[in-house]
Design a protein around this ligand. Structure first.
Ligand code: HEC
Ligand code: HEC
Length: 443
């Protein structure tokens, strides 16, 4: 019971603190094959349902448990509020706040609107009316400036706006992209990538190391004063690590996103990812004109790709997380492309979500150097075994190791690595002792 609570708190704290990660509950992951819409949710029989995991689910029955947090984030983003707008702190199951009860009625209303008017398609969501406000506007705004507002496309995926006949086809755009990056042969030759740079978010700037290796393995370490924030995907499983907390597993759409980010050969894989592609009206990304390709996928939300009309390179990728009420977007803008060993690689990218964004700027990059598979190994679960050492209250001394995979630099490593040197002496800590361990920043 407390585990749910803890998890919710961790997620909230984490998102607020750095906006690095979103969602994920404790149920087993499933491919969440329901593009259908509310009321028509199909749950794969193996996955735990919301009402089996949470205490007081009345409307979202049948929704996979792992979708509850993403769904709550969808609501929060749609209304522009915090969790406490509807929830009693630390007691998410309580119905004490009127807004929570209103929200239940609103969900029923939303499902009914879509059922009665849009053949059950999720045409109307909380965001359609609320647009980031707790109280929707009923009266059109007056014109406050002379210039017409730039109509940015917000209505994704569902809208028409396809201009099939003018301009290049989706196939041609992807071919051009592959050529622009360096050609299929050069792309497929890349087997690993090690990057060092900085991550900027919320006015902070921290060092980050990223390791990626074929097939689809990726791990990033954001070095914070209190330890490393880790985001990892090993080809099958993904997890997030925050100092002082047990690791959290990724689920559903987060896994999907992580596997896309981890793919060193994404350019050459695009065509096989999609069951259908279409070109939409051109859009601007910054000051660049782009062609927009929407790729549909089997049982997953679509992906939008924005290709520079001139260079052919990918300037933006938008993917969506499935929730019970609507899609949560993640937008990645790529910039500062440089030729590294014959392939064009973006050295800067900005990842934006409704509740946060960060920018990563790479300063050093090496490709095709060996990276041990251990680097991507998932640490043991927090409650596997009982730690008999009094480590939880200790600050483990900083650990400097020589990193053969990254030149000859000394690197600070965290408690997930062994051996750990601590006031207890130099020793290999059992996995049960690694979680909750805090360690001092290397200086
Ligand atoms: C606008 C209101 C609203 C906001 C904001 C909101 N929730 Fe909820 N939440 C609900 C409603 C309504 C339910 C119950 C759904 C049902 O009955 O099917 C719920 C249920 C939950 C549950 C299940 C509790 C249980 O044990 O039954 C959790 C956990 C939860 N919300 C977490 C969050 C988190 C975390 C946030 C912030 C990211 C959040 N909620 C924001 C309205 C809200
Ligand atoms: C068809 C439009 C529409 C949709 C869709 C919609 N809402 Fe609302 N919602 C409203 C309106 C209008 C109000 C204000 C009602 C009033 O003024 O009394 C409101 C009020 C609320 C309030 C009370 C806010 C306050 O400050 O009193 C909550 C909470 C809320 N909505 C949650 C949701 C959630 C969650 C969803 C999606 C499941 C949703 N709404 C979908 C139109 C909508």
């Amino acid at each position: 019971m407390n585990a749910h609570r803890m998890e919710a708190l961790t997620i909230v704290a984490f998102v607020v603190a750095c906006g690095l990660a979103i969602g994920g509950a404790t149920a087993q992951s499933s491919a969440s094959p329901h593009a259908a819409g509310p009321g028509q949710t199909v749950t794969s029989s193996g996955a735990k349902k919301a009402e089996e995991q949470f205490k007081n689910i009345q409307v979202l029955k049948g929704v996979p448990a792992e979708e509850i947090f993403p769904t709550m984030q969808f609501i929060t983003a749609s209304l522009g509020v915090e969790c406490e707008f509807c929830h009693v702190k630390n007691a998410f199951e309580k119905d004490d706040k009127r807004n929570k009860q209103t929200a239940r009625k609103m969900m029923e209303m939303m499902f009914a609107i879509n059922k009665d008017n849009f053949e059950g398609h999720r045409a109307v969501t909380c965001y359609s009316c609320h647009r980031g406000n707790a109280t929707p506007q009923a009266i059109p705004a007056v014109m406050t400036e002379e210039t017409k507002p730039d109509k940015s496309k917000e209505n994704v995926g569902a809208s028409a706006g396809a201009s099939e006949n003018s301009g290049p086809s989706a196939d041609q755009l992807i071919d051009k992209y592959v050529q622009a990056v360096g050609g299929a042969a050069a792309i497929d030759k890349v087997t690993s990538r090690v990057m060092k740079g900085t991550i900027d978010f919320g006015g902070k700037s921290l060092p980050i190391d990223i390791y990626a290796k074929e097939p689809e393995k990726r791990i990033s370490f954001t070095h914070m004063p209190e330890g490393d924030n880790v985001t990892a995907f090993n080809g099958q499983e993904g997890w997030l690590g925050t100092p002082g907390h047990p690791i959290r597993e990724m689920h559903g759409s987060d896994l999907d996103g992580a596997s896309i980010d981890a793919d060193l050969h994404l350019a050459t894989h695009l065509k096989t990812m999609f069951t259908e592609m279409r070109v939409e009206d051109p859009e601007k990304v910054g000051d660049r004109e782009t062609y927009v390709v929407v790729g549909r996928r089997e049982a997953k939300p679509p992906i939008r790709l924005y290709f520079d009309q001139q260079s052919g390179l990918l300037l933006r990728l938008v993917r969506y997380g499935e929730t019970a009420l609507g899609w949560m977007p993640t937008q990645i803008d790529y910039a500062d492309y440089k030729n590294v060993d014959g392939v064009q690689v973006p050295l800067r990218w900005t990842l934006s979500r409704p509740n946060g964004r960060f920018t990563i700027q790479i300063e050093q990059m090496q490709q095709n150097i060996p990276i041990e598979d251990d680097k991507f190994a998932k640490p043991a679960a927090g409650n596997a075994g009982v730690c008999s050492l009094p480590v939880s209250s200790l600050w483990i001394q900083s650990v400097l190791v020589r990193e053969p995979t990254y030149g000859e630099t000394d690197r600070c490593i965290g408690p997930s690595k062994s051996p750990v040197f601590s006031p207890l002496g130099s020793q290999v800590l059992p996995p049960s002792c690694l979680n909750g361990l805090r360690y001092r920043n290397c200086t």
